[in-house]
Each structure stands twice: as structure tokens, then as C-alpha cells.
Design a protein around this ligand. Structure first.
Ligand code: URA
Length: 211
């Protein structure tokens, strides 16, 4: 099975929950709950190509060969701080995943991404790594995070976001044409302030109530 380079998850539950998140009157508590719920559904799609092996088991009736995930545990990497919201939801579905965190900010003068924190599991070889960032806006943070992770030679990489825009997808895939994106929506465009339109505003502020 070949993995598509861009997957837009168009399940009705995802669409409905995203609409609720977009509404400006949605409370911080509801926003967080909805992000967790959608993230579980995105995780379902992002892990569709996980490899299965077979194990011998016995049911109360018979012995059988049954499918079981093979390979090393998945690694979820949150881009701070908004990626934490996606991480929580995905961990509900993949509780045994290892977790990494990458902190990146944009230098106000050079506009280049600057890494201020990075802690990821030591061995990423053979592991499937899923990078979590709710908004693929300019794409610069996601590009820098994936660049950093590639230095550890992960078995595979994917980016999961809630809302993307054409500009962010273009930038990301220009730098990382080999890394599939899974998203709930590709919105219209990026505005002059770096916000996705129609979007949902600042995901971090809405999640943590910081504005
Ligand atoms: N980050 C956000 O949180 N929202 C956007 O629209 C763009 C970047």
C-alpha cells in the first residue's frame, strides 16, 4: 500500500467537530475537548499503514493466528506549544507511544526558525515518527522540526495537523517531499499576519486560554 502524500480526513465527525472549534464563541474547555477528540480520529488515519504481523492465540473456542502490530513503538513528537493538544488525543489511541517535544520560535529579525528545546527518544531508527502541530500555516516550524528529526534517521515520518493551507503545504513539501501530511482541512489561504483563513485563530491561545 502506498501512503498518499496528503490525506484530508473528511469523516463527518471530524468535519462537525472542526466547525465547533472554528466558532469564535467556543470556550477554552470545549476547544480542548474537541481537539482531543479530533486528534484521536486523525491518529486513526495517520496509523492506517502500520505493519501487522501474526501471533498464535487461543480464544475460548479455538486456536487461531491473529493480527498484531509489529515493529517498534510509535513516537509522537509535539511541536510546542500547540502540538500538545494533538498529542494528548493521539496518546488516548496509542497509549504506548513514546513522546518527544520540540520547541521552535521564529526569530523576529531574521524570521528564521530557532530551536530552543528538543527532547526525543534516543533511538528513532526503525520507529514510525508522527509530528503533531495543529496549524500548518507558513510551514516553517514543521519544516525545521522535521529537519531536526531527520538527523536521527527515523524509520518513517508523518506530519499530523488539524488545519493546513496551500502555502504551508507547498513550503513543507518543497523541503520534505517524502513526508506525508494528514490533516482535517485545507483552508483557503494564509493572511499577511501568518494566520490561516478562515482558520480558527491562534490554536495555542484558544487551547490554553492565553488571550
Ligand atoms: N498558528 C495558529 O495558531 N493559527 C494560525 O492561523 C496560524 C498559525
Amino acid at each position: 500500500m502506498t501512503t498518499p502524500i496528503l490525506t484530508v480526513v473528511d469523516h463527518p465527525l471530524v468535519k462537525h467537530k472542526l466547525t465547533l472549534m472554528r466558532k469564535k464563541e467556543t470556550s477554552t474547555a470545549s476547544f480542548r475537548t474537541l481537539l482531543g477528540e479530533i486528534s484521536m480520529l486523525l491518529a486513526y488515519e495517520a496509523t492506517r499503514d502500520m505493519k501487522l504481523g501474526e501471533v498464535d492465540i487461543e480464544t475460548p473456542l479455538v486456536a487461531m493466528k491473529a493480527p498484531q502490530l509489529e515493529g517498534k513503538k510509535v513516537v509522537l513528537v509535539a511541536i510546542l506549544r500547540a502540538g500538545l493538544g494533538i498529542l494528548d488525543g493521539m496518546l488516548e489511541l496509542i497509549p504506548s507511544a513514546r513522546v518527544g517535544h520540540i520547541g521552535i520560535y521564529r526569530d523576529p529579525k531574521t524570521l528564521e526558525p530557532v530551536e530552543y528545546y528538543c527532547k526525543v527518544p534516543p533511538t528513532l531508527e526503525e520507529r514510525d515518527v508522527i509530528v503533531c502541530d495543529p496549524m500548518l500555516a507558513t510551514g516553517n516550524s514543521a519544516v525545521a522540526a522535521v529537519e531536526r528529526l531527520k538527523r536521527n534517521h527515523p524509520g518513517s515520518l508523518k506530519l499530523v495537523c488539524l488545519v493546513a493551507c496551500p502555502e504551508g503545504i507547498k513550503t513543507f513539501h518543497a523541503a520534505h517531499p517524502d513526508v506525508p501530511i494528514v490533516t482535517a482541512s485545507v483552508d483557503s489561504h494564509l493572511n499577511d499576519h501568518g494566520y490561516i483563513v478562515p482558520g480558527l485563530g491562534d490554536a495555542g491561545d484558544r487551547m490554553f486560554g492565553t488571550k
